[in-house]
Structure formats: structure tokens, C-alpha cells
Design a protein around this ligand. Structure first.
Ligand SMILES: NC(=O)c1ccc[n+]([C@@H]2O[C@H](COP(=O)([O-])OP(=O)(O)OC[C@H]3O[C@@H](n4cnc5c(N)ncnc54)[C@H](OP(=O)(O)O)[C@@H]3O)[C@@H](O)[C@H]2O)c1
Length: 290
């Protein structure tokens, strides 16, 4: 199976690469922005038509949620036009197309986990541009998987690493306690995507670790697991203003994964524990110069 990954140096791209390279049955075409700029339709057509992959997994995105509020043109170019270009090219070569999306397509006013068919209503530029990317995907590619995930962490910049870094220079931290979601490890998400691409179960999926918490709970758990002694103060979104509004409640129900019998996502605390254990081991290896 020939698989092309865009944005392969991002968090999810790196984890997919790690998992897929372990198995010789996959032929990988790994691209970053330089090798394949998804915004450039000629570049997209050239690479996809010449390589003719069986599957394209789009891990490229403008993920700086606050910056998107002012960097609007780029947000729409990368998050909407990018997947449109890929969807069109995939259709030409008959490839399956995986478009990764977000819980921010919902407004967050719900009170039970969102299912795939719940009404979308993004309240940020990031969410709106990602939703447009979903719509283009459905419009231009017949063999698509849209996978909405949330609160993602892996190899790269993410909340877990930010908290640990901040704990090195602060005695206490203020963390938002009125936004709820499901922290999700790239390990779980990459596995779920790899399971999907072997099927013809096309459609839209929610893919997040099981369980839910607030950012405050998430931070407390990170410090608890790592035995970091720091005071964490719960604050409201009102007290901790950010340029982009966030959904208050964006817990996703992996309903479709459950329906097709492929819901392998672990509880968020178990995945976090494994991630932090590996992070610590890597640190030890770095210190030892391994
Ligand atoms: N991170 C989260 O918490 C989160 C939550 C929900 C959903 N998601 C979705 O999950 C997916 C993966 O997220 P992630 O956290 O792995 O993202 P990430 O670490 O920010 O990686 C995104 C990658 O996309 C690349 N990229 C940006 N513009 C590009 C372009 N025009 N052409 C080609 N590559 C480009 C970036 O390269 P440069 O470094 O060169 O910019 C970067 O390597 C995205 O679709 C994201 O929207 C993420």
C-alpha cells in the first residue's frame, strides 16, 4: 500500500511515520511544506499524479488557533483550500483521502458528547476554515475519511509540554477550568487512522481518547503523574482571555468508530501516562548522550 503523508513533520505526521515505517508492506511518501505545499494546486497535482498513492493522509494544517484570528487568509488557504486541492487530486488517481479535522467545528454549547451528525457551528476562524476543509473533502473526493480529533499531543508543541516547561520557572499556574474536552495522544489517533485506511468505511469520524476533563484537570494530572509540586489555580475563560473563542464543551463521542467496530482509543489518563513515561525515558537518553 502506497501512502502519501502531507505535513509529515507535525505531531500526527511524525507518529504516523513512526508506526507505518515499522511495517514493510507500506511504501511511504513523506512530504513537508517544502516538498508539497498543499495550498499550491499545481504542486499538489504534480506530486499526487506522478506518485499515484493508494492513500493520502493530510496532516498539514494551520493549527495556531489564536493566530488564525488575524492570519485569516492563510488559515483558509491551508485549512480549506489545501484539503480541497488534495481531494481533487485524490479523486483523479482514485486514492483514499484522510482529512484530519477538529472539535472546534462545534460551538461547544452542548451538554452531551457530540456525535458526527450533530450540527456544526464553529466560533473561530480556525474552526470555520477546518469546516470548509471538511466540506470540500466531501464535495470533491468520493473515498474520504474525515477524522475529527481534539486536544492532541505527541512529538511537538502541545499543552503537556507547555505545562511541564512552565512548571520549571513558576511556583503556581492559572489554568482554565470551564472548557471541557478529551486529551488525545497521537499514538491512539495514528492507530485509528491506520485501521480505517484498510477499510471502505468512508465517512466522518470522531477520534479522541475516552473520558473527559477540563484544561485544569488535565494540567493537574500531568503534574501528578510526573510528581511535580506546583500550585494550579482554576480560572474561568473570562479571566484567561484568548484571541480565539474556544468551545466550552467539545467532548466528542467516537460513535462511528464504535459502529464499525474500530474504536481502539484508550482512556485519556492511560494514554497520557504512557506518553509521559516515554518523554521521561527520552530525557534520560538525551542526558546520557544516547
Ligand atoms: N493540535 C491539536 O490540538 C489539534 C486538535 C484538533 C485537531 N487537530 C488537527 O489534527 C491535525 C494534525 O495536527 P498537529 O497537531 O499534528 O499539527 P502540527 O503539529 O501543527 O503540524 C502541522 C504541520 O502542517 C505543516 N503545514 C502547514 N502549512 C502547510 C502547507 N501549506 N503545506 C504543507 N504543510 C504545511 C506544518 O509545517 P510548518 O512547520 O512548516 O508550518 C506542520 O508540520 C490537523 O489537521 C489539526 O487541525 C489538532
Amino acid at each position: 500500500m502506497k501512502i502519501l503523508i502531507t505535513g509529515s513533520k507535525g505531531q500526527l505526521g511524525l507518529e504516523l511515520t513512526k508506526k507505518l515505517t515499522k511495517n514493510k508492506k507500506y511504501e511511504l511518501i513523506l512530504t513537508d511544506r517544502e516538498a508539497l505545499n498543499i495550498v499550491d494546486i499545481d504542486n499538489v497535482n504534480e506530486i499526487i499524479l506522478s506518485n499515484k498513492p493508494d492513500v493520502v493522509i493530510n496532516c498539514a494544517a494551520h493549527t495556531a488557533v489564536d493566530l488564525c484570528e488575524t492570519d485569516i487568509e492563510n488559515a483558509y488557504k491551508i485549512n480549506a483550500i489545501g484539503p480541497r486541492n488534495l481531494a481533487i487530486a485524490c479523486e483523479k488517481v482514485g486514492a483514499k483521502f484522510v482529512q484530519v479535522s477538529t472539535d472546534y467545528v462545534f460551538d461547544g454549547n452542548g451538554s452531551r458528547p457530540y456525535r458526527e451528525d450533530d450540527v456544526t457551528c464553529p466560533n473561530s476562524i480556525y474552526g470555520t476554515s477546518k469546516l470548509m476543509g471538511e466540506n470540500f473533502t466531501k464535495e470533491f473526493c468520493s473515498k474520504y475519511f474525515i477524522v475529527r480529533t481534539a486536544w492532541l499531543y505527541g512529538e511537538g508543541n502541545n499543552f503537556v509540554r507547555t505545562m511541564i516547561k512552565l512548571s520549571e520557572t513558576n511556583k503556581e499556574l492559572n489554568v482554565v477550568n470551564d472548557q471541557f474536552g478529551s486529551p488525545t495522544s497521537t499514538v491512539d489517533l495514528a492507530k485509528a487512522i491506520i485501521d480505517l485506511i484498510h477499510t471502505e468505511y468512508y465517512g466522518t469520524y470522531h477520534g479522541t481518547c475516552e473520558g473527559q476533563c477540563s484544561w485544569y484537570d488535565f494540567a493537574k494530572k500531568i503534574f501528578e503523574i510526573n510528581n511535580i509540586d506546583i500550585k494550579v489555580n482554576p480560572v474561568t475563560s473570562e479571566e484567561f482571555k484568548r484571541p480565539a473563542p474556544r468551545p466550552a464543551y467539545s467532548v466528542l463521542d467516537n460513535f462511528m468508530f464504535k459502529l464499525v467496530g474500530l474504536n481502539s482509543f484508550r482512556n485519556w489518563e492511560d494514554s497520557l501516562r504512557e506518553y509521559l513515561k516515554n518523554e521521561t525515558l527520552e530525557e534520560v537518553a538525551t542526558i546520557k548522550g544516547d
